[in-house]
Write a protein that binds this ligand. Structure first.
Ligand code: SF4
Ligand code: SF4
Length: 306
């Protein structure tokens, strides 16, 4: 387990990402760039600087530490030139106010397994375990495979959340060590999928079909995004696709805007803003509840939330 990967978060006590109580190891980096992504810090494969102006106490420590001179003193405070920033992390090391922090840390597979295994009593009691999320965990196939293998060797359950847009070989590295796959089906129209995520559906569909020939523990996951796939027609087309592939379970994940504030901290604009204001999550849930009987008629067990 000598290989290393980059992780951006570890979330404990989740009950939505596979059976039982689970700990989610979020791997950094994703080949897609979905407009609604609630974890923008997950998209780049590199470590990156998050700057929270509200937490800054203007002590100036970061300006003195920055080798790129990206932080400079100006009237009454400091200015930050993100274009000059090399994400070296020197400023975050001296910022005790939490104004500057680095997103992403490198870990060995063994460190990751040990960190997740701390929650063993919860896993044993609930039938839970480790879930790899992201980002796209299968975009770091060597690390993902080593972590899953190491965790499985402890006799506990493993799950992977994937959007499926990776070479098939990446799946083959992990399949023997995974009990459950939570596989995104975001849209059935390849052109719309490409516009809103950066990639069409060809590779994803091909991988899903191959996976279903080899693995029986696959659940479809559908982020429900108003303006992208939120109409009844689009959601039923996704349900039809899932049923035709022989899937038995589908999870609908209603849109929420929790991650929208994180974009500014990374110096980026929130892409979904171009839709205007999306409806409140409760309203989206109501819409899915209305569709539920029609989806169930297609032979799919429906879960809402996550
Ligand atoms: S070190 Fe932190 S608190 Fe001090 S000026 Fe820089 S960002 Fe602000
Ligand atoms: S991450 Fe490095 S280059 Fe960027 S602002 Fe901080 S110290 Fe400067």
């Amino acid at each position: 387990m000598a290989c290393r990967g980059i992780v951006f978060n570890i979330q404990r006590h989740s009950i939505h990402d596979g059976p039982g109580i689970r700990t989610i190891l979020f791997l950094k980096g994703c080949p897609l760039s979905c407009w609604w992504c609630s974890n923008p810090e997950s998209q780049s494969f590199a470590r990156e600087l998050s700057f929270k102006p509200d937490a800054c106490i203007a002590c100036g420590a970061c300006a003195g530490a920055c080798p790129a001179r990206a932080i400079t003193k100006e009237d009454g405070g400091f200015s930050f030139d993100r274009a000059a920033c090399t994400s070296c992390g020197a400023c975050a090391e001296v910022c005790y106010a939490g104004g500057r922090t680095m997103e992403g840390r490198e870990m060995s597979a063994q460190e990751a397994v040990e960190e997740v295994f701390r929650d063993e009593p919860f896993f044993r009691r609930s039938g839970g375990g480790l879930t790899l999320g992201g980002g796209e965990p299968l975009a770091q196939p060597e690390f993902a495979g080593a972590v899953l293998r190491g965790f499985k060797a402890k006799g506990l359950s493993t799950a992977v959340e994937t959007a499926g847009h990776v070479p098939w070989e990446n799946f083959t590295r992990v399949i023997p060590h995974v009990d459950y796959f939570l596989f995104d089906i975001k849209h059935t129209d390849p052109r719309k999928h490409k516009r809103f995520t950066g990639a069409d559906t060809c590779l994803i569909q091909e991988n899903l079909e191959k996976l279903l020939r080899l693995h029986s523990g696959v659940t479809a996951r559908v982020p429900v995004i108003p303006g992208f796939n939120g109409s009844g027609e689009e959601l039923l087309a996704i349900a039809d696709r899932a049923a035709a592939l022989g899937l038995k379970e589908i999870d609908f994940l209603p849109y929420h805007g929790y991650g929208s504030g994180k974009y500014a901290l990374l110096g980026r604009a929130y892409p979904l803003k171009t839709f205007g204001s999306p409806p409140p999550t409760a309203e989206i849930v109501e819409g899915i509840e209305r569709l539920k009987p029609a989806v169930e008629k297609r032979g799919l067990k429906v879960r809402i939330g996550g």
